[in-house]
Ligand binder design. Structure first.
Ligand code: HSE
Length: 426
């Protein structure tokens, strides 16, 4: 006899609809493959009358307790988004002994220790494959396949909206505001794009990804975050001329007990595998002591790819109801005091200056860098639009963040206007 597993949804918009359709479409096949009969009993919505999803209205409810407290429901699938009330609903569900599946990176990143404690304390499962990289199976790759390895680097394009914008800017030489407006019209960017373009979305994802990769809690507060709103077509074009492609990267590195976690626009050499990931695609590059380098790529958003990852979790949970799994690291509210988090990392730097085109200016710029032992790897000079000025673009060898910041501040503002400083990874 087939095992019956009953689901309740919290939220039923695009993603909930995608999950409903996948499970309906694949019901017979899942029954055949795993002998599990998955049934969807109820879906919490704000207003049944205003619900836009084509999920049958007779399973919809406006009362959270009808989902959270229903003794028939085994697995709660959370599709509400945002931190609250999603996090407290998930916690209640876990405390009621129900397994939770979510794609909500914000609620998870900010409340993970509480949710995991509730899951462990009530012998329930907590699964979130779709929270990072959409359909890309990066959580399971790290927690299962690479669990015996020592990962020292995760570097990802984990936000499709910004990757789409940067790709369009790069391919068409258009401005950020122009491409953003078009992306919003096409429905590819949110009407309020802040979470994506300022790097918040990527930072929540990096908090989850680096905690799992490095087997220690990396709280959201530890992540250095910068978005793409200040990027100009000039930066992208000069970078390209020097052999680099610009991406918004979520970077986590561990060396011994020191961790750096940062989200910011980053130039990558054109031959780097992440440099070729264009449009709204996501990809995560991983380096470890034994696995060495590898990359996973796929769709980071969209109802069908996200539903595929969520339903994979649902099926995994259904197959492991008696033996729910959580990552083995100590999932604490604060980071482990034995680990130091540095914001003074080393990498290479792209610096673009608009300078007076007079004798000695280039020399003074070079001296300022050499005074802090920063070596310049390549340099480009181009005429500025303004007469008597020149664009100086340089890329340093590996240098220290603080030293580069100090060098930039030390430049004579009357002669040199610092247009941009963008980190470069290899
Ligand atoms: N807004 C995200 C993105 C998708 O643009 O990638 C959901 O995390």
């Amino acid at each position: 006899m087939a095992k019956v597993i009953t689901l309740g949804f919290l939220g039923c918009g695009n993603i909930g609809g995608g999950v409903y359709h996948l499970l309906t479409d694949m019901h017979g096949e899942i029954l055949k493959r795993e002998n599990i009969d998955i049934r969807i009993k109820s879906a919490l919505v704000k207003s049944i009358a205003e619900a836009r999803s084509d999920v049958p209205k007779d399973i919809m409810t406006e009362h959270a307790d009808e989902v959270l407290k229903d003794p028939d429901i085994d697995i709660i699938c959370e599709f509400m988004g945002g931190e609250q009330p999603a996090a407290s609903f998930m916690q209640q569900a876990l405390e009621n002994g129900k397994t939770v599946v979510t794609a909500n990176k914000m609620a998870l990143a900010l409340n993970w220790h509480r949710l995991q404690a509730a899951a462990v304390g009530h012998h329930a499962g907590l699964y979130y494959e779709a929270s990072v990289g959409g359909v890309i199976p990066v959580i399971r790759s790290l927690t299962v396949s690479l669990n015996a390895d020592e990962i020292d680097q995760v570097m990802g394009i984990v936000n499709g909206t910004t990757n789409y914008i940067l790709t369009q800017m790069s391919q068409q030489g258009r401005s950020y505001t122009d491409v953003l407006a078009e992306a919003q019209q096409l429905g590819l960017a949110e009407p309020n794009p802040t979470a994506d373009v300022e790097g918040y979305d990527a930072a929540y994802k990096l908090s989850i990804l680096s905690s799992i990769a490095f087997h220690t809690r990396v709280t959201y507060a530890k992540i250095h975050r910068e978005g793409i709103t200040g990027i100009t077509p000039d930066d992208i074009a000069y970078g390209r001329e020097m052999g680099y492609t610009l991406k918004l990267l979520a970077i986590g590195k561990r060396s011994g007990n020191s961790i750096e976690v940062r989200v910011h626009p980053t130039f990558l050499p054109n031959e780097h595998p992440l440099a070729r990931v264009d449009g709204s695609l996501n990809a995560i590059y991983i380096h470890g002591k034994y696995c060495q380098d590898m990359m996973l790529q796929g769709r980071g958003a969209g109802d069908k790819p996200t539903a595929s990852a969520i339903c994979g979790d649902i099926l995994y949970a259904a197959c492991h109801m008696d033996t729910p799994t959580v990552p083995s690291f100590d999932n604490t509210a604060e980071t482990d005091p034995a680990i130091s988090f540095t914001d003074n990392w080393n990498c290479r730097y792209f610096v673009r200056l608009d300078a007076a085109d007079t004798p000695g200016v280039l020399g003074s710029v070079a001296s300022a860098f050499s005074a802090r032992s920063i070596s310049i790897a390549s340099l480009l000079q181009r005429p500025s639009k303004e007469k008597g000025r020149a664009q100086i673009i340089l890329i340093t060898h590996e240098a220290n963040e603080q030293a580069v910041q100090e060098t930039i501040s030390s430049l004579n503002a009357e002669l040199v206007d610092v247009k941009s400083m963008i980190r470069v990874e290899c």
